[in-house]
Design a protein around this ligand. Structure first.
Ligand SMILES: [Fe+2]
Ligand SMILES: [Fe+2]
Length: 396
């Protein structure tokens, strides 16, 4: 068995790792120009959040006291270091093949050592955590292609893995009890800390600041293509919400990050939906440019405006158009595309709910004293600026 204090101590360490890894899943999703890696990291961001959340809930049950941002484990240094990789292949080598792989081993060990009669809820959470962490580690092991901005150097990646591994041992390993002697002599080169990007790059996809014009008439094939292209474009919304997860101040409520991680992954999924359906309908996505202007404009805004613009303008204003388009697609006998919209409307309803749930908290912790009327007035003015920035006279 594991004594209750030791159980909590270990789970606090895991929780810190999962929560910090979530933030870098968001940051590195923004960095990579590979569509597939970007959306996968978006999914991992949400899986990381769920694993951290399960640990936090169990820690509460075990009366482990409040979870601080830094429990002095030193593990945040390891995660920050692994995230300071030079490119996506290095990041995956250090974060997945060292940090996450070691965490997975610790989960296996913990599962074998604790006792069902005393601690079944921990076994249950470990089982769930193992399942998604195993999937992430397998994905990383199988990756051989990265993005067009990365020259994959296997030897350099292995070297980086060794350095990250030494860094982890220096902090006592995942459980904090690993002996440090072997790593004490390791040279840990200093690296600049990770900075998230502010521009979107996408391999094999044409980008432009503004979007192609919407068809004049809401009807037929051109409108269906327009609707699906709007989804395809949500890759920018994914990056915008990931940036909120990454930029949120340390003292934000955990549940805010948890909801934002889900929100961000939903947006990446919507982009996947669009891409998938466009391909199914025989369209060449390389000839369908994505507009990056909306992403860029929202990216420059402070957190309150960034989230406020998404939830209270873009998402709220989208519902009538989505309902009309749903009916139109049904009348074209395209039940499938129509149902894509039905799924999306469910997601977007939850997203608008995030605005009502969190905007006030976000304002409070960032010192923003505007009431809702003033905020909405300011957001609407920003919408006009956005139309000018994009240069098409339209807001997206
Ligand atoms: Fe969306
Ligand atoms: Fe949304």
């Amino acid at each position: 068995m594991i004594l209750i204090g030791e159980n909590s101590r270990l789970m606090q360490r895991y929780e810190l790792l999962e929560r910090s890894a979530m933030r870098y899943s968001a940051g590195w999703a923004m960095v990579t120009s590979s569509w597939d890696i970007k959306v996968t990291l978006g999914r991992h961001m949400w899986q990381d959040a769920q694993r951290a959340d399960r640990l936090r809930n169990r820690l509460k049950e075990l009366r482990s006291g409040p979870l601080s941002n830094d429990n002095n484990s030193g593990l945040d240094k390891v995660v920050n270091y692994a995230a300071s990789a030079e490119n996506i292949s290095e990041y995956i080598a250090g974060m997945y093949k060292v940090v996450k792989a070691n965490l997975l081993e610790a989960y296996y060990h913990h599962y074998k050592t604790t006792n069902i009669a005393l601690d079944d809820a921990t076994l249950e959470l470990l089982c769930n955590n193992i399942s998604t962490l195993e999937e992430q580690c397998r994905w990383a092991e199988g990756l051989t292609e990265f993005d067009s901005r990365t020259i994959y150097d296997r030897v350099a990646c292995e070297k980086w893995q060794n350095v990250v591994s030494s860094m982890l041992i220096l902090q006592g390993g995942i459980d904090g009890r690993e002996t440090q002697t072997a790593a004490a002599a390791a040279i840990i080169p200093s690296r600049e800390s990770f900075k998230r990007p502010h521009k979107q790059h996408l391999d094999d996809i044409t980008t432009q600041r503004g979007r192609d014009k919407a068809p004049i008439e809401e009807a037929g094939e051109p409108w269906r293509e327009y609707v699906l292209r709007n989804y395809f474009n949500e890759i920018g919304a994914g990056d915008n919400v990931a940036s909120i997860v990454f930029d949120a101040p340390q003292h934000v409520e955990w549940e805010f990050l948890y909801d934002m991680a889900r929100h961000g992954w939903d947006e990446y999924r919507h982009a996947m939906m669009g891409k998938q359906r466009l391909i199914e309908l025989g369209l060449d996505i390389k000839k369908l440019p994505i507009g990056t202007g909306v992403f860029e404009f929202r990216d420059k805004l402070p957190l309150v405006e960034r989230l406020g613009m998404i939830v209270f303008l873009d998402e709220v204003n989208g519902f009538p158009y989505k309902r009309r388009s749903r009916e139109l697609l049904k009348s074209m006998a395209d039940e499938e595309s129509s149902d894509y919209l039905a799924y999306d409307i469910c997601d977007e309803t939850r997203h608008v709910g995030n605005g009502h749930k969190w905007l006030e908290h976000l304002q409070k912790i960032t010192g923003d004293k505007r009431d809702r009327d003033q905020l909405m007035k300011d957001l609407n003015e920003l919408m006009d600026e956005r139309a000018n920035y994009i240069g098409t006279g339209q807001v997206n």
